[in-house]
Ligand binder design. Structure first.
Ligand code: NAD
Length: 262
C-alpha cells in the first residue's frame, strides 16, 4: 500500500490536534537501546540497583550511576526520522505536543518544542538535598548539564555534591521509587484529553501511570493509534495498530498528510 493511502496518513490528515506519546522504542533507531535490546545498557545495568532509596543511601551506588549515565549518553545519539517527523508535524501547526517517557532529550534536538518529559531528563542533573526522604527530591534548586558531574568524576570526585548546599546531586530523571515531578502527569493528562488523535509510539505500554495516558485519550474521545514493532496490552483498545519501526512508519505518513493538506 502506498503511504498516500495509508490509514495512518488519512488519520493524520484529518487531525488538527495530534499528540504523540513516545517510549524507548522511538529512540532505538538513534542507537539508544530500549530495556530489551540484546547487549543494550540495560542488560548490563539493572535499573533496580538505582532506586531512589539506594541512590540516596550509598556513595557506591551514586558512583556506579554516573558510570551508567556516561554510557547511556555516550556516542552523541542524534534524532532519527521518527523524532524529525513529529517535529515537522508541530511546525506545521498540526502536532499539539509530545509526551515522552524517554530521558534522552532527542525530541527537543529534533526541533519539537512542546515536550513533556514525564520521567525527566538525563541531560541535566539537580540537587536533591542532603537527606531526601519518601522518594521526593528536596534540593536547593541547583541544576546543571549532566557533563558537570562527569567532569568532576573525571577529576577523581566520584560522588560530586551540590556546590551551593553540599546536598546530593542526581540526574534530573525519575528513578524507581521516586515521585513523579509535580504537575507533569496532570499536564500530560490535559494534553491527551485535548487531542483528537493520539499516537503511542515505541512503548511497551507497561509502565504506569504513564501507560494510562493512551486509555485516558480514548475515554475522552480521541482516536488512538499504536505504532510498535511488537504487540502491546493496549492493542485491543486502539483504533489502528501499525506494526513496524517508528522511523520507517511515521515519516511517509506525516509527509503524505502534510502534502495533501497544502
Ligand atoms: P520499553 O523498553 O518497555 O518498550 C519499548 C517498546 O518499543 C517495545 O515494545 C519494543 O518492541 C518497541 N520498539 C523498539 N524499537 C522500536 C522501533 N524502532 N519502532 C517501533 N517500536 C520499537 O520502553 P518504554 O515503554 O518506554 O518503558 C521503559 C522505561 O524505560 C520508560 O520509562 C523509558 O523512559 C525508560 N527508557 C528510556 C530510554 C530513552 O530515554 N531512550 C531508553 C530505555 C529505557
Amino acid at each position: 500500500m502506498s503511504s498516500q493511502s495509508s490509514p495512518l496518513a488519512a488519520l493524520l490528515q484529518r487531525s488538527t490536534r495530534t499528540v504523540a506519546f513516545t517510549g524507548a522504542g522511538v529512540s532505538t533507531e538513534s542507537g539508544i537501546p530500549d530495556f530489551r535490546s540484546p547487549g543494550g545498557v540495560w542488560t548490563r545495568y539493572d535499573p533496580m540497583d538505582f532506586t531512589f532509596e539506594k541512590y540516596v543511601g550509598s556513595a557506591e551506588v551514586r558512583a556506579h550511576a554516573w558510570a551508567m549515565r556516561r554510557e547511556f549518553l555516550a556516542g552523541a545519539a542524534e534524532p532519527n526520522p521518527a523524532h524529525r517527523a513529529l517535529a515537522a508535524l508541530e511546525r506545521a501547526g498540526r502536532g499539539a505536543g509530545v509526551i515522552t517517557q524517554n530521558i534522552d532529550g532527542l525530541h527537543q534536538l529534533a526541533g519539537s518544542r512542546e515536550v513533556l518529559e514525564i520521567h525527566g531528563t538525563a541531560r541535566e542533573l539537580m540537587c536533591i538535598g542532603v537527606a531526601p526522604t519518601a522518594g521526593t527530591p528536596d534540593g536547593c534548586g541547583f541544576r546543571a548539564a549532566h557533563i558537570w558531574a562527569l567532569d568532576r568524576v573525571d577529576t577523581g570526585d566520584v560522588d560530586p555534591h551540590c556546590p551551593h548546599c553540599s546536598g546530593l546531586v542526581k540526574s534530573a530523571t525519575v528513578s524507581f521509587g521516586q515521585m513523579l515531578f509535580p504537575g507533569v502527569i496532570e499536564a500530560a493528562v490535559a494534553l491527551v484529553e485535548s487531542a483528537d488523535l493520539v499516537l503511542a509510539i515505541g512503548s511497551s505500554l507497561q509502565v504506569f501511570p504513564a501507560a494510562d495516558l493512551p486509555v485516558r485519550a480514548v475515554k475522552s474521545g480521541a482516536t488512538l493509534v499504536i505504532i510498535n514493532d511488537e504487540p502491546t496490552p493496549l492493542d485491543s483498545v486502539a483504533d489502528l495498530v501499525v506494526r513496524g519501526r517508528a522511523g520507517e512508519v511515521l515519516p511517509p505518513a506525516v509527509e503524505s498528510a502534510l502534502t495533501q493538506t497544502r
